[in-house]
Design a protein around this ligand. Structure first.
Ligand SMILES: Cc1cc2nc3c(=O)[nH]c(=O)nc-3n(C[C@H](O)[C@H](O)[C@H](O)COP(=O)(O)OP(=O)(O)OC[C@H]3O[C@@H](n4cnc5c(N)ncnc54)[C@H](O)[C@@H]3O)c2cc1C
Length: 413
């Protein structure tokens, strides 16, 4: 007689930061959890690999800061459990023209969320950062204490390790090709049947899909036709050389912040940390592609970035050419807000999806994992209002949530 198939409480598909945090959360709550990954664990073909991601609470949208603060607490809790650090704290510095609507919205969303914020003129910015950052006369700088750098590959590995410690099962080189809703009767037992390319099948009461840039493709396949507006983009991480003698000035130890510059292009960066003497300064956005058809080549023209570096860092960073570039993937929605929802249709509330993190999801991994665990275990999210993340927003308006600023959104499309 054939062995009856083992049943999992939760099957999580995709082991980037979102899937790894979810597997950690569900296993912590005594759910028998299986995490499936199509490639090797900790591979470099998705969005969650590399050496640095910014954590910040400064967002023009009022619904992200509280999520970021909750995530900050969960990052610290996980670090305490594992016994090593993945999160290196510094302040966050946002800058841009004083009439930039997104930057103005950042200031008011901090205030509404009770996040202490200091708005500085160019002279005060120069003094605040030891003469390292120079702003034009009509710009302002915005300082908050909730900034820092997270080490992505190390952080994903941390959550996978914690999930295993909680009893989760992790399997890599398992490309999921089909998810079928099982009939909800005594004979079939309900839930979902997940099949991988090699032919193996896994049975779960619930399923969470966190497949990053592959989301549109997988959802279309398993639903026979639902097309989510989540566009994969190929983007480039760029490192620049700090001029000799100034290397230590741009470090967290010297109080250098994580930073973002509003306007076109939207530029962001982290203090010198992972590669001594180098500083990461990329641009938001990239080239639309399918994950299987990537060029792995730099995606954007660098002239505006070179000029920005020269002007903002007073010649202390060599802006003539980058010293290193790395390829990475974004999954972008039209409004750059996340998609966190039940898949619906024939799957009802048995399958939950989370994607479209639009280049700003990493910091939120721990809180997103908690929300996804809530959705599959309790049927509702406790810590986060999901209104802005529902799929149905695109049925009402193809562009999704309405915003009265457009910097970040326009640069990615
Ligand atoms: C260059 C760059 C800079 C960024 N900077 C920041 C930042 O400073 N701050 C911040 O908060 N965020 C940042 N982000 C965004 C953040 O990294 C992403 O939002 C986050 O990593 C998304 O994680 P994910 O788990 O959704 O996707 P992924 O990491 O892509 O994980 C999805 C996983 O699913 C697997 N998968 C796909 N299909 C299948 C299948 N059929 N079967 C099994 N497995 C499958 C994939 O192989 C992959 O491992 C940045 C992103 C990039 C690329």
């Amino acid at each position: 007689m054939e062995n009856p198939m083992e049943m999992f409480d939760v099957i999580v598909i995709g082991a980037g930061i979102m899937g790894s945090c979810t597997a950690y959360q569900t296993s912590k709550r005594n759910q028998k959890t299986l995490l499936l990954e199509q490639f090797d664990f900790l591979h470099h073909r998705g969005s969650s690999h590399g050496e640095s991601r910014t954590i910040r609470a400064t967002y023009p949208e009022e619904y992200y800061p509280k999520m970021a603060l909750k995530s900050e607490t969960l990052w610290r809790e996980a670090e305490e459990q594992i016994g090593y650090k993945v999160y290196f704290k510094t302040s966050q510095f946002d800058m841009g023209p004083s009439d930039n609507r997104a930057l103005q919205a950042v200031i008011s969303s901090c205030q509404k969320n009770s996040i202490p914020v200091r708005v500085l003129d160019p002279i005060s910015v120069f003094q605040e950062f030891d003469g390292l950052i120079q702003l034009p006369e009509d710009w302002v700088g915005v300082v908050t204490e909730h900034g820092g750098v997270i080490k992505p590959t190390k952080a994903v590995s941390m959550f996978q390790t914690l999930a295993v410690k909680n009893g989760a099962f992790l399997k890599d080189n398992m490309e999921v090709v089909e998810i079928i809703k099982k009939k909800d009767d005594e004979l079939s037992g309900g839930g979902v049947l997940v099949s991988v390319k090699s032919g193996e099948k896994f049975w779960g009461k619930k399923c969470v899909v966190t497949v990053g840039p592959w989301m549109k493709k997988l959802v279309k396949t398993v639903t026979s036709g639902v097309v989510l507006p989540i566009q994969p983009l190929e983007t480039t991480v760029i490192y620049w050389k700090i001029k000799q003698g100034f290397e230590s000035k741009f470090t967290i130890g010297n109080g250098f912040p994580t930073f973002a510059s509003y306007g076109e292009p939207y530029i962001y960066g982290t203090p010198s940390l992972e590669f001594p003497g180098l500083i990461k300064i990329p641009m938001h956005g990239g080239r639309p592609c399918e994950p299987a058809d990537r060029t792995w080549a730099p995606t954007l023209t660098l002239d505006p970035l070179k000029q920005w570096i020269q002007e903002r860092f007073g010649g202390l960073v060599d802006s003539t050419k980058p010293v290193m570039t790395q390829s990475c993937m974004y999954s972008v929605t039209p409004d750059e807000d996340y998609v966190i929802d039940f898949l619906g249709g024939e799957f009802g509330e048995d399958v939950v999806i989370a994607g479209g993190f639009s280049g700003h999801g990493f910091k939120m991994g721990p809180i997103v994992g908690k929300v996804l665990a809530d959705l599959v275990i309790e049927g509702e999210a406790k810590d986060v209002e999901l209104m802005h993340f529902r799929i149905e927003r695109f049925e009402k308006n193809l562009k999704g949530n309405l915003k009265n600023f457009d910097d970040q959104v326009s640069s990615a499309h």
